[in-house]
Structure formats: C-alpha cells, structure tokens
Design a protein around this ligand. Sequence first.
Ligand SMILES: Cc1ncc(COP(=O)(O)O)c(C=O)c1O
Length: 384
Amino acid sequence: MTQSSVAFLPFVRPEIDEETIQGVVDVLRSGWITTGPQNQAFEAALSGFCGGRPVRTFNSGTATLEIGLRIAGVGPGDEVITTPASWVSTSNVIYEVGATPVFADIDPITRNLDLDKLEAAITPRTKAIIPVYLAGLPVDMDRLYAIARQHKLRVIEDAAQAFGSTWNGKRIGAIGDIVSFSFHANKNLTSIEGGALVLNDEAEAVLAQKYRLQGITRTGFDGMDCDVLGGKYNLTDVAARVGLGQLRHIERFTEQRRKLARAYFAHFEGGAAAKLGVGLPVADFTNGNWHMFQITLPLEKLAVSRAQFMEQLKERGIGSGVHYPAIHLFTLYRERGFKPGMFPHAERFGATTVTLPLFTQMTEDDVARVCRAVNEICEQYGKG
Ligand SMILES: Cc1ncc(COP(=O)(O)O)c(C=O)c1O
C-alpha cells in the first residue's frame, strides 16, 4: 500500500455514538437547549461516577479551575503552587483570581510535579496547590494530601486530563479536595466544550452554582438576589447530552486507550527510536487513563528539529501535537519575572515532547504504523 492510499491518522478524534447524536437532536427539538434537565442528569451521573460527591457542570475546564480557586478562598496576596508542564490555563487562572503562581519543577520520569520540589516551594503565603495529572497519570496522591494536610493547604486538582484515572483503585474525583475536569473535544470524555467541579459539600456546591451564573439565587416565582460576583460559565443542555452519551462508554474508552498504549510500548521495543534514546512515558496501566502518548526526542542526536520531525510524521500521514511548552517561558510569564533555566526538567520536556496519535477508534495496526514511522525517521535522521 502506498502512503497516499492510507487515511490520515490524526493525533486525536472523539468517538460519538449514534444514540448520542440522536439525543442531541432530541434536545434541540425539546425547546430547552441551555442549562436544564440534561445538565441535572449529567451532574447526577457524574456524581455517581465520583462516589456520590456533589458535582456542578461548567462550560470549560478553565472555568472550573478558576471557580475552584474562588471557592477555596484564594485571592490577592496568596500563592498557589503548580507545575510549569501543563496547558497554560492551569496557571492563568491563578492570575485571574489575583493570586500569584509559584512553579515547582516536574519529575522528568512522570512529567508531573516533583513533590519534593513542591514541598520546598511552600511559603507562609501559600494557600493552595494545583497538581496536574499530565496525560491522565496521577501524582502520588497519598503524599500530595499528606503535604497539603501538614501545611493546611487547599488542593484544586487539575484533573482535566484524568477522567477515568484512578489512585489505588479509587477514581480520581471520588477522593481528594476540589477536583476539576475538562470535557474539551480532545479529552477522554467530551461534551464538545465543558467541565465539572467535584466539591466537598453542599455549601461548596451552592457557591459553585452562584459563581457559575452571575452570583444569582432565585426563590419562588419572582425572587432574585445576587450576593457574590459570579460570571457566565454554565453548560448548555446540548453539551450536557453529549457528555451523558460519552459517560456510558468511559470504562471501554479507558480500556481501549490502555490497550493501545501497551501496543506502543511493544512496538517501540528494540527499534531505532529506542536505540537512539527516544523517551517514553511511565508504563502505568493501573492508574492512568492514557489521555495521551507523549514521547520525547533526543534532539542532540537528531539532524532534524522537533518541527521537522512532526513534518516528517505528517508526510507519512500521521498527526502529532505538542503538550506542552513550559508555561513560564511564555511572554506573559517572562514579563512577570520568570526566566529560562528556572525549571530545567519542564523546559526540556516542553522543548522535546511530541504527542503521538491515541484515540479510542484507533487500532493496534495504526499504532504499529506510527511506530514504524517514528523508527524510520530516527533511522534516517539519527546521528551515530
Ligand atoms: C491540564 C489542563 N488544564 C486545564 C485545561 C482547560 O480545560 P478547557 O480547555 O476545558 O478550558 C486543559 C484542557 O485543555 C488541560 O489539559
């Protein structure tokens, strides 16, 4: 088969079943298309998934992080510790609430917050931690919460990528402090755009609901008050219906992703990429939901840049992505005092990582094809 006859393999593609598509049509015909019964059903189903904890939906995983910080009482004068290896939303929201992000470097193996460095970054002004479970791999939750308890810190888990992940058999979302999920189109569970906050009690849930819609409380037919400064973060019922349709498949989605990840390890073993020193993720098939499969390139041993490497993949009909350049090197962050060299592991990861295709409708043959392409490029452009 020639390359041109093979369909392009994107790095991600959502799987939406026909029943969900029909459900969306029904919602559109129902006359109630914004936040309503589908959201209530979605929240109830998510709560069931998260051990019965209170859940409120939002229109993004950025809104959930920002509101999570507000509920935790984080504001001006406070510091929040997080990782520089994430989507920039993770730390932008810290500025949004008037607080200061403090980065701690990642562990180069797990690519998540190095908990020793996190502990070393705690000051009397630290109010909260935002751990990120990159590619769905949780940090050591026992140690994270031991640190939080010891220093009386709130935790807003950025579990945007970790829907369906677990820690010691317990689902992410069913344990912990405030947990934030994203249902963006690329996530393991999508509502096109959207997110959800898992909260500790009804008081937090009521507050989340107020922040979600202009701080409004309604009573009776005509009563209305506004007692907190809220925004416009509610999820449409069309989106909630998509999320509900996805939730039915989440166990299968996670299983399929784990199967494909295993295939990546098997196909990379002993090949040109492995010999050249291409880095692979932690081979965890218990806790992680395999939201992504990210390799790192030994650029010093390659005669091509990362962009050229990705171009080579594209020429072979394979999509790829970068998740993520180190946040502190962005202009906004440099202007606020961050400098190259501050978090070397996140910088190296951000400069060398490539996300390979991984989505539920891929086959193990697709994985083999990606690995062949990576090996071929490494053979062709590898130095020595
Ligand atoms: C780690 C992480 N945090 C936060 C977000 C923000 O989620 P959203 O795009 O739904 O606002 C994302 C998703 O893109 C993410 O991957």
